[in-house]
Design a protein. Structure first.
Length: 318
């Protein structure tokens, strides 16, 4: 497999972490064997470090740098071993993204003097790819923000849940890059911190984290807004049903009373019994209506209906 040399730094690209060509570069210890076993079916990020011998520090692990938001097992993994002498990685698929252009990456690596800087070039291009995908996600988020205002229904809530899931996936991906950045500084110290690519990639990772957190807060605000609107609508519906039920209580009560079939009911013989019953029912209903209005229990319903009626009239005139 390809071997690239840059001044004092070497990048060895191999097919897979379990290949013999890859394994020959790795130290033989228990942590390494554990990682090789875990890398067979990677579902989460893996990271190990060895700082037991000064001058021979190393980190290695597996980073999920791409995840299909619709398919759980559709992901791309970056396996790596990084020491001061060599950077060994699995063979990367540079065709899946225009940001992962191999010639561009090799050009950036050309002047680098340490394997740490080579590693940061690779991580920097991977995080750039995530940033560009987040830009596309931002457009979806903006459309959803206006959809909440213009058409708030169950489909909108479903879309909010979809983007919420997606932003959590972005957060999960970016945390893997952040962990590796911190582990490199922890393992190699000032040799890493002073590198130009380390500073550039670290800033890029921090920017990505800032965007993900901001969008996550924005989505949470959308969920809160949706809950407020749903609760308000539910309360209005219950209030309307309660008012209507109360207003029609005299009708139901007197109707039930005079609907009885007892023989000795004096009202049945009254000449104006029917008219009197109607007047009593109407008077009771009107009394309840004004009582509820006086207490302010129908105000919001009437105002909402009035606003809607006024809006319809204005649209008809225009």
């Amino acid at each position: 497999m390809p071997r690239y040399s840059f001044k004092d730094a070497i990048w060895q690209e191999e097919g897979d972490v379990r290949d013999q060509e890859f394994l020959k570069f790795l130290p033989d210890n228990q942590k390494m064997h554990s990682w090789i076993r875990e890398s067979r079916d990677v579902s989460v990020n893996i990271l190990h470090a060895d700082t037991s011998e000064q001058g021979n520090e190393a980190i290695w692990g597996s980073l999920i740098y791409r995840q299909n938001p619709k398919k759980k097992n559709d992901l791309n993994v970056f396996h790596f071993y990084l020491s001061r002498d060599i950077l060994v990685t699995n063979e990367l698929n540079f065709d899946i993204d225009e940001d992962l252009d191999k010639q561009s990456i090799l050009k950036q690596m050309k002047e680098k003097e340490s394997t740490i800087e080579l590693m940061m070039v690779l991580l920097g291009d991977m995080i750039s790819s995530i940033l560009h995908q987040i830009d596309v996600f931002e457009e979806q988020l903006r459309d959803l923000l206006w959809e909440i205002r213009e058409r708030n229904d169950k489909n909108t809530l479903d879309r909010i849940e979809v983007v919420r899931h997606e932003i959590l996936l972005w957060q999960n991906l970016v945390m893997g890059f952040l962990e590796i950045k911190m582990a490199i500084f922890e393992t190699f110290g000032e040799d890493a911190e002073n590198g130009k690519e380390y500073i550039r990639t670290s800033t890029r990772i921090d920017r990505c984290i800032m965007l993900v957190r901001s969008y996550k807060d924005e989505i949470n605000n959308m969920v809160d807004m949706e809950n407020v609107v749903a609760n308000y609508r539910g309360n209005e519906i219950m209030k309307t049903l309660t008012v209507l039920t109360t207003l029609f209580t005299p009708v139901m009560a007197f109707g039930a009373l005079w609907g009885m079939n007892f023989k000795n009911m004096p009202e049945l013989e009254w000449t104006y019994g029917y008219l009197a019953s109607l007047i009593l029912i109407i008077a009771s209903t009107v009394f309840l209506y004004f009582y509820l209005k006086h207490r302010g229990w129908t105000g919001d319903i009437l105002k909402t209906a009035l606003k809607k009626g006024t809006k319809v009239k204005k649209q008809q005139r225009s």
